[in-house]
Ligand binder design. Structure first.
Ligand code: PLP
Length: 386
């Protein structure tokens, strides 16, 4: 198999008669047929061809092919957003009465799906504590169909042992679904550890420059077939323009992630040595409780650092207000460093008890370390921490 960087750059749609070097943008909603027989064969799926861009499009196919190869998967489908990928993947595979076992620390909208929407279709869930993975098996019921987790988690940067999750899923015949958003396929390949499906919000590090929304699910062919058929009918497809942007972004994913991770490690090491940070979590810091697991399954630590600011909610708010270079924004995985304080922003409606239940303390600050010069990032944090 080719190396990651070569896959990222050389996986390309067939050249047209214009012999373009770089893949062009195929802004077309549909495709034409030679005759009625060609059309019949296309719809009957006897021929692999584009019919309508809600199903496939050359730009989305190129993007999906790259992620499929990078993750060591058998196939995939691309979505308009990461949440469309999470929702469509689960909705395609679950039936009324089914049950999900998931880590409690999941992205807020995924938590919303589990708690607000899936119950409408009689799909239930049980959460396990990321620090107590030994409790997972006790939550599995005869109707459990999916084991779901993120690693690293958002926003707490906890690590789950993917090999262990893979063993449990195999033993109990569950579909293991991993949201690999924080790691990207360059840093971690959950399929190697037993995942059946891998989901990405391409909006984050895959785009890497804060421009477009996108999502993708890759994995086992039979499961992807179900997800494809569901999506072909329900319409969460990624736009060709965004697919074109994202496929270009993948060409530089490896070099970006090397630098993001180098900067993030320096930021984490800086924070470990300041009194204003009570504790710091970064996968490749030796002090991370799951450091050994992170080293086993991750090539690099990624770009997200979480720390507990001394002084809780008020201190968090003041720190955010003082930042001059770093952006106050809810996104992550951008070239620009982004700092978020969940307790006073995204999770401000939650009570201290509810915050604790989802693994967010009042003083938790998440830094998505960008690609500015690391000295300038640290200088900004330093002046804001006084
Ligand atoms: C872990 C994780 N999964 C899914 C999503 C949803 O992605 P999107 O915003 O592209 O819908 C996010 C977004 O922040 C995320 O962090």
């Amino acid at each position: 198999m080719e190396n990651f960087e070569t896959i990222a750059i050389r996986t390309q749609t067939e050249r047209t008669q214009f012999q373009e070097h770089s893949t062009p943008l195929y802004l077309t909603s549909s495709y034409v047929f030679e005759d009625s027989e060609d059309m019949r064969a296309g719809f009957a799926e006897e021929k692999e061809r584009n019919i309508y861009s809600r199903f496939t499009n050359p730009n989305t196919s190129e993007f999906v092919e790259k992620i499929t190869k990078m993750e060591g998967a058998e196939g995939g489908y691309a979505f308009a957003t990461g949440m469309a990928a999470v929702f469509s993947t689960l909705a395609a595979l679950l039936n009324s009465g089914d049950h999900i076992v998931s880590a409690r620390s999941v992205f807020g909208s995924t938590h919303g799906l589990f708690t607000k929407y899936f119950p409408k279709w009689n799909i239930s869930h049980s959460y396990f504590d990321v620090n107590k993975p030994e409790t997972i098996e006790s939550l599995i019921k005869p109707e459990t169909k999916i084991l779901f987790a993120e690693s690293p988690t958002n926003p707490g940067v906890d690590i789950l042992d993917l090999e262990y999750l893979g063993e449990i899923a195999k033993k109990h015949d569950l579909i293991l679904v991993i949201d690999n958003c924080f790691a990207t396929p360059y840093i971690q390949n959950p399929i190697k550890f037993g995942a059946d499906l891998v989901i990405h919000s391409a909006t984050k590090l895959i785009d890497g420059q804060g421009r477009v929304l996108g999502g993708v699910t890759v994995g086992k062919a039979d499961l992807i077939r179900e997800i494809y058929l569901f999506s072909r009918n329900t319409g969460p497809a990624l736009s060709p323009f965004n697919a074109w942007v994202l496929s270009k972004s993948l060409e530089t994913l490896a070099v970006r992630l090397e630098k993001h991770s180098e900067n993030a490690l320096k930021v984490a090491e800086y924070l470990e040595n300041v009194p204003q940070a009570e504790s710091v979590k970064y996968p490749f810091l030796k002090s991370h409780p799951q450091y050994e697991i992170a080293k086993k399954q991750m090539k690099l630590g990624g770009n997200v650092v979480a720390f507990q600011i001394t002084g809780g909610l008020e201190a968090g708010r003041k720190f955010i207000d003082k930042l001059q270079l770093c952006s106050r924004s809810a996104n992550l995985g951008d070239t620009r460093t982004i700092v978020t304080h969940p307790a006073s922003t995204t999770h401000s409606k939650l009570s201290p008890e509810e915050l604790e239940a989802v693994g967010i303390s009042e003083g938790l600050v998440r830094i998505s370390v960008g690609l500015e010069h690391v000295d300038d990032i640290i200088k900004d944090l330093e002046q804001a921490l006084v």
